[in-house]
Design a protein around this ligand. Structure first.
Ligand SMILES: [Zn+2]
Length: 454
């Protein structure tokens, strides 16, 4: 039996309660006791590791509810769909999970993966073959032939990248059952997609209500929950009515959609980090100012409705969209908390609760992890400083000092210097070389924002 006593720390328990001073005792894979009870129980432990964490915070490890661990930071759908290989994607994902641990992430959900490697990666982590955070996983995202946000790169049928096109009710039922047989924790549906000449700009619902309900009924029959990527009020209303368990994005809600979500208390994961990074740092990575402004507005426009949902008790979950070039692994898992505080007006403790206690739902471990309390799984981090005053410190790497998953301290090894295998990245011939450019009479074309799945 192994036990660890973290003593003299400031404890943030993840429930939103005010921080307390004291000790936390971890025994085997669980939290055994907290506060004075931890000091008392520690005396009885035959082999105890004592770690003095004075001046530091003990809190549940961060859970990232939306991390594409198999993508390996592409900067376009071309790269993601056409430059990845099955075996290498799995090997590289096994390395990338360690970057999450170093950032204080002790659990994450990967809703859809290329080559459907999520199930194998999760099983390898659970078997101790790969050192990584706790993981829940989907298989291929489900598309109709309208697809999602990648336009004609999505074929009319079959698999591409992280998704699969389904063209009939028979195909829907067969695919949901196939994924469940292979061991997914969640079924993900791309409920909205881009339709080129639709009168509405933005994403539109690409499934009928009956199709959405069929997905949910088939999955629920086998005990598996369903999440839906939704932009737009209509899609949210139908997803809630169809019985969906978690709504991703949930932007552009109207009063009707809000009332539905509140009535059924369906958790929402806004996933603002991708847009926030482009709005905040787009200039640095050469993004078009118009697109930066569009994303900034998308966040601003959604905040009022999401805040109303939060105030009415709807759990908001934190997901970072890590896995793209604009959201590399290990760098931005804390950013969604920052957005929740800055743009949604949550307190730091409320935002931390979203990323810990509430996010345990994404791991399908509600009331079993994400809280510092006796009996919970010991997924715990020690942070130098006080994130209840400022959540941005969770993004400062050197402040994440200890990480425990299942009660075991994880060695935080430094990241390898990045070197890509041949053919892994899209390489271009270069910018357009007109004669005027060649003669230095005209400027080079501006870099263009890559397409993306968000
Ligand atoms: Zn995503």
């Amino acid at each position: 039996m192994t036990a660890t006593l973290l003593l003299n720390g400031t404890i943030i328990d993840g429930t939103g309660a005010a921080p307390q001073q004291g000790s936390v005792l971890l025994r085997d894979e669980r939290i055994a006791a907290v506060g004075a009870a931890a000091d008392l129980a520690a005396v009885q432990e035959p082999s105890l590791v004592r770690i003095d964490v004075a001046g530091k915070t003990v809190m549940p490890g961060l859970i990232d509810g939306h991390c594409h661990i198999s993508f390996d930071e592409p900067n376009s759908n071309d790269e993601l769909f056409f430059h990845r290989r099955n075996g290498l994607a799995a090997i590289i994902a096994a390395e990338n999970v360690q970057k999450l641990l170093r950032a204080g992430v002790t659990g994450f959900m990967d809703a859809d993966s290329i080559f459907e490697i999520g199930v194998d990666l999760r099983d390898a982590i659970e078997a101790g073959i790969v050192a990584g955070p706790r993981m829940s996983t989907g298989g291929y995202a489900l598309w109709t032939s309208v697809g999602g946000t990648a336009g004609r790169l999505i074929p009319d049928e079959g698999v591409r990248g992280y998704g699969k096109v389904l063209n009939s009710t028979a195909e829907i039922v067969a695919e949901v059952r196939r994924q469940i047989k292979h061991g997914v924790d969640w079924i993900k549906v791309h409920v909205t997609g881009v339709v080129p000449r639709h009168p509405l700009r933005g994403e539109v619902k690409s499934w009928t209500f009956d199709e959405l309900k069929l997905v949910c009924d088939t999955a629920h029959e086998l005990g598996i929950p369903v999440l839906g990527h939704c932009r737009g009020a209509n899609s949210i209303v139908e997803c809630v009515d169809a019985g969906m368990d978690l709504i991703l994005h949930a932007t552009l809600m109207d009063e009707r959609a809000l009332a539905k979500v509140i009535d059924k208390q369906v958790p929402i994961m806004p996933v603002f980090t991708f847009q926030a990074n482009l709005a905040d740092y787009g200039q640095t990575v050469g993004a078009d100012p118009m697109i930066r402004e569009m994303f900034r507005r998308e966040i601003a426009d959604s905040c009022a409705m999401l805040r109303k949902a939060f105030d009415a008790g709807v759990p908001l979950l934190c997901g970072s969209e890590s896995g793209f070039s604009i959201t590399p692994y290990g760098e931005w898992h804390h950013k969604e908390l920052e957005v929740f505080v800055r743009d949604l007006g949550l307190t730091p403790l409320q935002a931390i609760r979203c990323a810990t206690q509430h996010n345990a739902f994404a791991l399908r471990l509600k009331d079993r992890t994400g809280v510092i309390a006796p009996g919970y799984l010991a997924d715990v981090i020690v942070v130098d400083g006080d994130p209840s005053k400022d959540v941005t410190i969770l993004g400062e790497h050197e402040r994440i000092q200890q990480v425990f998953v299942n009660g075991r301290q994880v060695p935080l090894v430094p990241a390898r210097k990045r070197r890509d295998p041949p053919g892994w990245r899209v390489s271009t011939y270069g910018a357009r070389l007109s004669q005027a450019v060649a003669m230095r009479e005209a400027p080079l074309d501006k870099p263009v924002l890559p397409e993306h799945e968000i």
